[in-house]
Each structure stands twice: as C-alpha cells, then as structure tokens.
Design a protein around this ligand. Structure first.
Ligand code: BG6
Length: 487
C-alpha cells in the first residue's frame, strides 16, 4: 500500500532514535513501495550541516543499523527525498526556517519528535507559530512519556494545548510487533479462546519479557528510570491490557483503547502492606551471557556505585473486575537475563476431578504459550495417552505447536517501527497509545514505586545470565505457581 504524500519531519535528526530506528524503517518502507513518490523527509537538528553532509549521515545510519546492505537503486530514490534544517527547537521564532524548507505546503505534515520530552512543549509551540499544527497534521511522540503520573500529565497537557488527540500518535514500539497484533486475532477470531478467557477457565497468566542486553551506554537515562518505569509501565502493561481487555465493538482505535483503559483502571493498587508479598526488584551483578563475561550493573560505564535502581522486576498483578477477579497476572522482565525472549503463558484451570491418578496425582494445567519474540509462535500443551497395553493409563504432556514464522515464511514481516511509521502515514491510531492509557498506567506504577520507596531500599542481586533473583521464584511459589521454563 502506498501512503499519501506527506512532509515527514524528524526533530532530533542527529539522535540515536532517528539514526538507529527511523531512517532504517523509512528505507524499508521505500523498498516495499509504501512511500508516496512526492513524500519529502526533513531532518531537523542543531548542526551546521549542509545537505550533502546530512545525506552522508543518513547513509551511514543505514550502513550501521540495517541488517542488509544498501541497494543502490533504492538509495538513489530514497536519498533524493531528504533535506536538513539547522534549528534549536527552543528558539520557537526560528521555526519559520522549517516552513521555508517545505517544498509543498499543501501536503499533510507528520512531525516525529525524536527528542526528550522536555522539548515537546516548545516544538509544539514552534509548529503552531508557523501554522503546522493544522488539523490534518500529525505529531509522533515516544517514551519516556513522563517519570510518573504528574509528569506524564504535564506532557499530555503541553501537547494537547496545540494538537488534538486525533493528531497525536504516542509510540509504544511493542504495539508494532507482529506477534502482539496477532493477540487480537487469537482472542477475538477464534471462538475456542474467545469463550474460554476469564476466571471460570483460566487459573493464572504469566507475561515474561526477558532481555540479554544490559544498559547499552544509557546509564544516565536508565538509572533515573529503572525497569519498572522503562519496561513495565509501557510494554508489559500494554501486553497485559491486550490479553485482559474485553472484546471491543469494532477494531477502531477508540473502541480498542476504551477497553484497554478499563483494564488499567481495574488494576489493584499496591501498598506498603502488600508490596513484599507480590513484588520483587532485582539488580544484576557480573556474570556470563552466551559464554561471554559481562560486568554488573554497578560496574557499567558511567555508573554510580550506590545506585539502587532495579534492572529486574517480577510482580503479581490483580485485576479487580468481573472477568479476572481471582486470576493473578504475573509479570517478569529484566536486563541481562539468560536469553532474549518474550512470551505470554495462559494456564487453564485443572479438570475438577482427576480420573488419571495412576499417571498424575495432580493433573498439570493445560498451557497456551504465546511466543512473542524472537520467533512468533503458539504452543498448546495438552495431555495425551502414551500408546500401549496394560490397564493403567500413562499420560504425557504433549505439544500442539504453531510456528508462525515458518507458516508465513513467504510474507514480509514488518519491523515494529516500519509498521508504526506506515500507520502514522495512513492516519490510523489503533497501534498508538491514548493519553488516558498513559496516565492510568502511571497511576498504578506510581503505587508500586512509592511502596518500594517506603519499605524496601535495596534490590535483590542476581547474576547476569540467570532468570533473576531467587526471590522471584519464591514470590510466585507463594501463589502455588512456578515460572514457565522458557525454551
Ligand atoms: C525500550 C527500552 O523501550 O525497549 C529498552 O527503553 C529495552 O530498555 C527495549 O531494551 C526492548 O525492546 P525490544 O524490541 O528489543 O524487545
């Protein structure tokens, strides 16, 4: 699908996000023919670059951050789209320079703010001063959208002063991942799951997003945030809401987001009485990843040796609504864990009577394992009879296994940023986060962080390359559950 022609402006063209994610994603969209021939891309940043210098930077970003090598025909088309504008976004009166660079003012303008949130207010103001906040224009903003509820509110109000909610696209890149989108199909296109998705049939749910990477040179940012703010507030809560939400009336952005918000509002707040029982924070020490030694969090470059910031969180979440009351959702995420892997595991309730005591004194739960990354797939664990004679039944846990990558191996799977940029160009907001999702998720996250700050000063240590501190295993065991073994 070709999108409509637009002016695509990247504020923060010098930065990491622009070079690592946006430029390669735009190139891929060029390659698959999704960018309109008249679309123009303007990089904005503080640098005395002429066009040639900027084009060289664009090319070197592709060379460095793309998995494939550059195709010269595509590059020829792609590179002609660019221009650069030297601008300090705090000098709002200078935004006229941006306007002067746009060749066609009749086109829709998309403004991607690849900059920290404290600049959002002045970018919005600058755009409005030159009339670029007109109704058809869009802005794209990205986390960190605040550090807590109050600061998230400030950001929302700064941008909503100049742009209507229908013009604001808040990125959570997990919403651009193929496997996350498939969750909607799995749940609402398959009656077998649709009708078995509540506290009558489901025992508990586990969501794991484990990472191998450490801090990747971002110590300052990460240390101020920690895994709770960096990963749980955004990606894990997004996955949780898609798993837990009730069916929307249709697939429009607001119908889906209305249902997600209801889940966020039903999250049981955490307080100092409950925090010890249900939440564990961890911090990695030196260890091995794929056989290679890696430093501990406090030994990373730029570190503050006294930091108590968590690099791991596991937490039991209760959703106090009719559908989920009594069904714990266990979340687990950390840096420098044993492998890069994300999954959702649905544990169904056991049969009320066990007729197979010869084989299992307690029958295991059926499990639906939804693998999100690196390889999208779905497994269903069911019990089967081991063939053979004899009057005793012998049962075994067997796997119905769907490898989505393999089944759709002929299809091009869009990377998260490619999909999200395409959706912004198409003007579809389904995969973007509404202001109230942000605020309601912060409200709950704040309750956890506040309880931690009041009762529990130090994170539990875990060795890099493991599955986190032993307290995490203990926490889930208290609920008579154990973490699914990721493979
Ligand atoms: C980002 C976080 O949003 O997501 C990072 O800021 C994290 O800390 C990253 O490493 C993980 O994304 P992905 O797509 O690699 O799972």
């Amino acid at each position: 699908t070709t999108t409509q022609a637009c002016n695509f402006i990247i504020f923060g063209a010098k930065g990491d996000l622009a070079r690592r994610k946006l430029i390669p994603a735009l190139y891929q969209l060029e390659k698959i023919g999704s960018i309109h021939p008249r679309t123009f891309i303007l990089g904005v940043g503080r640098a005395e670059w002429d066009l040639l210098t900027y084009i060289k930077i664009v090319r070197s970003s592709l060379e460095r951050f793309m998995k494939e090598s550059i195709n010269e025909n595509i590059w020829c088309r792609f590179s002609k789209r660019f221009d650069f504008c030297n601008l300090d976004v705090n000098q709002t009166e200078q935004f006229v320079h941006v306007l002067n660079k746009l060749k066609n003012l009749d086109l829709l303008t998309i403004n991607y703010f690849a900059m920290p949130p404290h600049t959002f207010g002045s970018i919005c103001k600058g755009l409005s001063l030159v009339g670029l906040n007109k109704e058809r224009n869009r802005i794209v903003i990205e986390k960190p959208l605040g550090m807590n509820f109050d600061s998230a509110r400030v950001i929302n109000s700064q941008v909503s002063k100049y742009f209507h909610e229908t013009q604001i696209y808040r990125v959570d890149h997990y919403l651009g991942k193929e496997a996350i989108l498939n969750l909607l199909v799995l749940r609402f296109a398959n009656s077998v799951f649709f009708s078995n998705w509540d506290n009558n049939t489901i025992d508990h749910v586990q969501i794991t997003v484990s990472e191998e990477v450490g801090i990747e040179g971002r110590w300052g940012y990460f240390d101020a945030m920690g895994q709770m703010r960096d990963m749980v507030q955004s990606h894990l809560l997004q996955i949780l809401t898609i798993i837990a939400m009730s069916p929307p009336f249709d697939l429009s952005a607001d119908c889906i987001r209305d249902e997600k918000v209801k889940v966020l509002r039903s999250l049981r707040m955490i307080n100092t009485n409950t925090i010890h029982e249900i939440a564990v924070r961890g911090q990695y020490t030196a260890g091995f990843i794929n056989g290679q030694p890696v430093p501990g969090y406090l030994e990373e470059i730029g570190s503050n040796k006294d930091s108590k910031t968590e690099t791991f969180v596991s937490i039991k979440v209760n959703i106090d609504n009719w559908r989920w009351f009594g069904v714990p959702f266990y979340l687990r995420t950390g840096k420098r864990l044993a492998m890069k892997y994300s999954e959702v595991v649905i544990y169904f309730k056991k049969p009320i009577l066990n007729l197979f005591k010869d084989s299992y004194s307690i029958l295991p739960n059926n499990k639906l394992i939804i693998r999100l990354q690196p390889y999208e797939g779905i497994d269903m664990q069911i019990l089967s009879k081991i063939p053979g004679l004899g009057n005793k039944n012998r049962l075994k846990i067997t796997n119905l296994n769907l490898n989505l990558r393999k089944i759709f191996s002929g299809e091009y799977i869009l990377d998260a940023y490619e999909r999200l940029l395409l959706e912004v160009m198409r003007g579809i907001q389904v995969l973007f986060v509404r202001y109230d999702e942000i605020e309601d998720s912060w409200r709950w996250v704040d309750s956890v962080i506040e309880a931690w700050s009041l009762v529990d000063g130090v994170p539990k240590l875990y060795k890099a390359g493991t599955w986190g501190p032993s307290e995490s295993t203990e926490m889930i065991r208290k609920g008579n559950h154990h973490w699914n073994k990721c493979t």
